[in-house]
Design a binder for this molecule. Structure first.
Ligand SMILES: C[S@@+](CC[C@H](N)C(=O)[O-])C[C@H]1O[C@@H](n2cnc3c(N)ncnc32)[C@H](O)[C@@H]1O
Length: 269
């Protein structure tokens, strides 16, 4: 199982889709306290500064929330129509809807299990979760003011198709707010694909150091969550997925083989 997590992106697509279902099912079964509503590596200021003011209930998820906040805080979302693709367990969707007050926030994920989980668990006005595919979002052209995508795109079958669809569903002037981990030797390829999409680059940042810092700060919480809730034989796979210190995933960020980038792009007229 640990090897599957490590090599996930190299597996054929027909295997990857059911694997997400299985993974979400395992989390729903084992995370009885619903303690994990995020599935990203997080973001921390390099000096340990915590400028984001959060409600007490959100403090536990501070680093995962800071990643979402870093991705979206450069554009105005108040009263806008926002789509998130690859929303996972919905923590980011809930955070953005509660703190940024968009007019509507639709969160889409490939897994029906996680969509059902989110619709039961997150009860936030204006927020809804639906099942769908990044490469085929079921929306008309020019529907959204912003599309959010956090740590999900790396394993899509066809990024060109995904970027094309993002541009299609965005209104003119709308923004694509995108962050993901990218293998060091693939960064230029992804940048070229973004450029080819016709969306205009507003900003880009290598945030790998911030992600490692977040994994360091969040290590104890991540490790104890897994050790408390996940059966022993699955521990290593979940630790790898969570990027805790000592895992191959953590080391790949620390030694630069894997980078983490954030991008803001805009659909121009
Ligand atoms: C690592 S999780 C990140 C979830 C969330 N963005 C977060 O930061 O907590 C990646 C998510 O992308 C979803 N996903 C994977 N492939 C997808 C696809 N082709 N279309 C839509 N969602 C997809 C998975 O089901 C999973 O929930």
């Amino acid at each position: 199982m640990q090897k599957i997590v490590e090599k996930y992106c190299e597996l054929p697509r027909v295997v990857r889709r059911p694997l997400w279902q299985i993974w979400h099912n395992l989390m729903i079964r084992f995370d009885k306290d619903k303690a994990a509503t995020f599935m990203n590596y997080g973001y921390a200021g390099l000096n340990g500064d915590q400028t984001l003011t959060l409600l007490e209930r959100d403090e536990n998820d501070r680093f995962c929330i800071q990643l979402y906040d870093h991705v979206v805080n450069k554009v105005e979302l108040k009263d806008k129509d926002v789509l998130e693709i690859g929303s996972g367990r919905g923590g980011g969707a809930s955070y953005i809807t509660r703190y940024y007050s968009p007019a509507s926030y639709v969160a889409l994920d490939i897994s029906s299990h996680v969509v059902d989980f989110c619709n039961k668990y997150h009860n936030v006005k204006g927020l809804s979760f639906i099942k769908g595919y990044a490469e085929k979002p079921p929306f008309n052209d020019n529907t959204f003011d912003a599309v959010v995508n956090v740590e999900s795109a790396r394993c899509y079958k066809d990024l060109d198709v995904f970027f094309y669809e993002v541009k299609r569903v965005l209104k003119t002037g709308g923004h694509f707010l995108f962050a993901d981990m990218i293998r060091h030797n693939e960064v230029e390829t992804i940048k070229a694909q973004l450029s080819k999409s016709g969306l205009e680059l507003v900003s880009q940042e290598n945030i790998s150091k911030n992600v490692v810092k977040a994994l360091d700060y969040d290590h104890i919480r991540r490790e104890s969550l897994i050790k408390d809730q996940i059966p022993g034989f699955l521990n290593k796979a979940f630790l790898q997925f969570a990027g805790t210190q000592g895992t191959e995933r953590y080391e790949s960020f620390a030694n630069g083989k894997m980078e983490y980038w954030s991008f803001v792009l805009q659909k121009k007229a």
